[in-house]
Each structure stands twice: as structure tokens, then as C-alpha cells.
Design a binder for this molecule. Structure first.
Ligand code: HEM
Length: 423
């Protein structure tokens, strides 16, 4: 009855006659009004759900931040289509814009759910502001932490604030010039000699070799020895060590999460890439525990070791008067492995690519090394002689400038909640 009284418009009039008919029927059966009421409650619920979904979708729209120019911004989608079309060359595409229409400017790119400010101009002030002066305001995002949690744990790349600071302090205490000279250089030189042997054998046979694969094996071999104090024989054996295989598989696996909206569901169901991540993380952790147990045994037997596990354990004992747990040690070491291994392999690959493209510069590098090695008693370069290779160092730095192994650095600005990418 109330429904019929409320109707005043033609549409309402139709509704009112329907309601009147319903009321008439109600007087005979006594149930139709309840049915009508439940129908309208259901429509309200449906409208509410549609409204909620629409407002959620709207809240995800690409946003423009005031005061900063945009490039190729499409309403709602922002730069999504540009990124999608250039997904095979993301950094080159962004660099093209940075060097072209946005040259010298700080500008913004936007995708649904995330405004991003790009700082591509080599402005020292902004870099110093983010990485030094107001470091505490620029955090690793929760999203990145979630994507990489199984790999980084609470290590230096998986933490912010105090937790990060403790590890940073430990790292700066441990990474001394002495460790670099006496602990790390001999390991690199030893495995460099194996690389030379592998290359000579290939040259003798006259076949081709994938240099990038050799460098990834070389850095895995060297960094595992430096970090864990273990020889995984990555260079000579054609089959990769299970730890090395799983380490690569987890790194590739967590990358798939960046582009997969349903990765959490897949992780819950343990299917696809998520099942592989789980399997390989478990293998990594088993080996890490084994290596840590070996080092604890060595220390118990009074052996003096130069690997990072041993250094971190003795640092915690001296500075914090405590023993580090296996999980803490695992996190520290895996983070260093990720930090040093791929970056160095990529840097070496690009350097040799550039050398192959610039034979004159390669001849100068070769001449400098030959001259310095000629005056050197030993047949292998050491830390001191490498420091005198100024032309070689300049060539390496130029290659790093052209092909940075870490092409961008993303941070979330905590006070305004937006992302900043330094190119
Ligand atoms: C060409 C080689 C390398 C490049 C281009 C490079 C580049 C970078 C960049 C850009 C960051 C900042 C990443 C971030 O905060 O998300 C970083 C952090 C770091 N790198 Fe390297 N890196 C190289 C080699 C190494 C090596 C050999 C080691 C160790 C043995 C190492 C250890 C670290 C550590 C521990 C951090 C974290 C620092 C922190 O958060 O305070 N890196 N590196």
C-alpha cells in the first residue's frame, strides 16, 4: 500500500497499478506484498554491489598529480596502453620519452592504481634527497615486498626503517677494503682462471660459446663461495648445482607476479608458477641451512674463515652480543647473492658486448693489461695491479653508464603515497 501511495510519475503510475494489483492479490492470499518487498530488497542489494564495484573500479583509475607534465596520458587508463605496447622494451621506451619530449623534466606516468613520478634527468639534488637526506620518507613498497618475500625474507632488500638500518650498519662494517682485497679478490681471480680455461678450450675446438651464460655461472660460483664458503662447481660441470638452479628459478618466478593479478590465488591453490616458486624456495632454504650448519661447525672447531656467513656471525657476537639465527643468516646471504651476482654478470656481459663492437678500444684495454702484467711478477692480476688499470676501468664505467644493470630504482613516498622511479 505504501508503494502505491508514493507513485506520482507515469512510470510510477504503472508501478502504482502493479502495486495496487499486488495489494488486491495480497488481500486474498496475504503473501504477495512480502514477495514484492523481497524483490526490491534484492534489487537494492544488486544495485549496492554494482555501486561498490563501480566505485572500486573508479578508485583504481590512473591519476594525474597536480603540477607535473604527463606524456601520452589516456583518461582512466593513463599510460597503460603505452606500457603494454612497449612491454618488450619498457626501459628503452621510458628512456626515449625522457630523452625526447620530456628531456630535462621530471614528469609523471600513470597506470591504474598507481601514479608514478619519473625522475630521469640526472639531477643530483633529487637523487641525494631520496637516497640520503630524506631516505626515511622513501620506502620499498609493500607490493614489492610481497612479490619478493619468499626470496628476500626480512633481508636488506625486504625491509624498511630500523630493520633495514641494522643490516646496513652490519654490511658497512663487514664490507671493508681488507675483505675486498683478501677475502673476495682471490676468489674472483681463481674462478677467472677457470673462465679463461673454458674459453681457451672452446677456441681450440673452434665452436661458439654463450658468454652471458659463462658470466652467470662465474658469478654464481664466486658469490656462493664468498657468501656461503661453498664450492658449487658451476663452471666446469654442464649440469647446474641444484641450489643454483633453484635460485634462478625463484628469481624468474617472483618476476611473473608483477604482471599476474591472480598470483595470490594461485599461491593459495599452489598451481602454475606459484607451485614452482614454493618447490624451489624449499630447495634454496634446505641448502642454505646445510651451508650455515657447515660454517657453525667450522667456527666450533676454531677455523678462521673469510666467507660472509662467518663474518656476519662474528659481527653479531661482537657488536650485538648475540648469535644470529639460521633464518637471519639465510636472509642476509640470499640478499647479498641477489645484489652481487646478477648485477656483476650483466655488467660483464655488456662490457664484452661493447668491446666486441669497439675493436680500437678493446685494443687499448688489452695493451694496458699486457703492459701492467708485464711488470708484474705473478701471471694473474691482483687487487693492487687491477687498481692501476685506469683505461680499463673507464671503459667499464662507460659500459655501466650505457647499460646499467639496475636500470631503475622505485620507492614509495610515504607521506603522499605515490611511487617514484629514478632512472
Ligand atoms: C655492477 C654491479 C652492481 C650494480 C650496478 C649495483 C647496483 C645497486 C643498486 C642500484 C642498488 C640499490 C637497489 C635498491 O635499493 O633497491 C644496490 C644495492 C645494493 N647492492 Fe649493489 N650493485 C652492484 C654490485 C653489487 C655487489 C657486487 C654487491 C655485494 C657483494 C652489492 C651489494 C648491494 C647491497 C647489499 C645493496 C643494498 C644496499 C641497501 O639497501 O642499503 N652490489 N646495488
Amino acid at each position: 500500500m505504501v508503494l502505491a501511495a508514493a507513485a506520482t510519475t507515469p512510470v510510477g503510475a504503472a508501478a502504482s497499478s502493479a502495486a495496487a494489483a499486488a495489494a488486491a492479490a495480497a488481500s486474498s492470499s496475504g503473501i504477495t506484498i512480502n514477495l514484492n518487498l523481497s524483490v526490491s530488497i534484492w534489487s537494492l542489494i544488486v544495485y549496492a554491489i554494482i555501486g561498490m564495484i563501480a566505485s572500486y573500479v573508479w578508485s583504481m583509475r590512473a591519476r594525474k598529480l597536480p603540477g607535473l607534465p604527463t606524456y601520452g596520458f589516456v583518461p582512466f587508463f593513463g599510460n597503460f596502453f603505452g606500457l603494454l605496447a612497449n612491454r618488450h622494451r619498457t626501459w628503452d621506451w621510458i628512456a626515449d620519452i625522457a630523452n625526447g619530449p620530456m628531456r630535462g623534466k621530471t614528469w609523471q606516468m600513470s597506470v591504474p592504481n598507481s601514479p608514478i613520478i619519473i625522475q630521469a634527468a640526472p639531477s643530483e639534488q633529487i637523487t641525494k634527497l631520496v637516497l640520503k637526506d630524506h631516505f626515511e620518507n622513501y620506502l620499498v613498497s609493500k607490493r614489492r615486498m610481497e612479490w619478493t618475500h619468499e626470496l628476500f625474507g626480512n633481508g636488506i632488500f625486504g625491509s624498511n626503517g630500523k630493520e633495514w638500518l641494522v643490516q646496513r650498519k652490519a654490511a658497512s662494517n663487514i664490507f671493508t677494503l681488507r675483505l675486498l682485497r683478501d677475502g673476495m679478490t682471490p676468489v674472483f681471480v681463481e674462478h677467472c682462471m677457470t673462465v679463461v680455461k673454458v674459453l681457451k678450450e672452446t677456441a681450440k675446438k673452434g665452436g661458439a660459446i654463450d658468454l652471458q651464460d659463462v658470466f652467470f655461472r662465474f658469478t654464481m660460483q664466486s658469490f656462493c663461495q664468498i657468501a656461503f664458503g661453498e664450492d658449487l662447481d658451476c663452471l666446469s660441470s654442464p649440469e647446474q648445482h641444484p641450489f643454483a638452479k633453484s635460485f634462478d628459478a625463484v628469481q624468474a618466478g617472483v618476476l611473473t607476479r608483477v604482471f599476474d593479478l591472480f598470483w595470490k590465488l594461485k599461491r593459495a591453490l599452489n598451481v602454475g608458477a606459484e607451485a614452482a616458486i614454493k618447490k624451489h624456495v624449499s630447495i634454496i632454504n634446505q641448502y642454505a641451512s646445510l651451508f650455515i650448519a657447515h660454517r657453525r661447525d667450522d667456527i666450533a672447531q676454531g677455523k678462521n674463515r673469510e666467507d660472509l656467513i662467518s663474518h656476519f656471525m662474528s659481527w653479531a657476537r661482537k657488536s650485538e652480543k648475540r648469535e644470529m639465527t639460521d633464518t637471519e643468516l639465510r636472509d642476509v646471504i640470499i640478499n647479498f647473492l641477489v645484489a652481487g651476482r646478477d648485477t656483476t654478470a650483466v655488467a660483464l656481459s655488456w662490457f664484452w658486448y661493447e668491446m666486441s663492437q669497439h675493436p680500437n678500444e678493446m685494443a687499448k684495454v688489452k695493451a694496458e693489461i699486457e703492459q701492467l702484467m708485464h711488470d708484474h711478477a705473478d701471471s694473474v692480476p691482483d687487487f693492487e695491479v687491477a687498481r692501476d688499470m685506469t683505461y680499463t676501468e673507464a671503459a667499464l664505467l662507460e659500459s655501466l653508464r650505457l647499460h646499467p644493470p639496475v636500470p631503475a630504482e622505485g620507492r614509495v613516498v610515504c607521506s603522499v603515497v605515490l611511487s617514484l622511479v629514478l632512472l
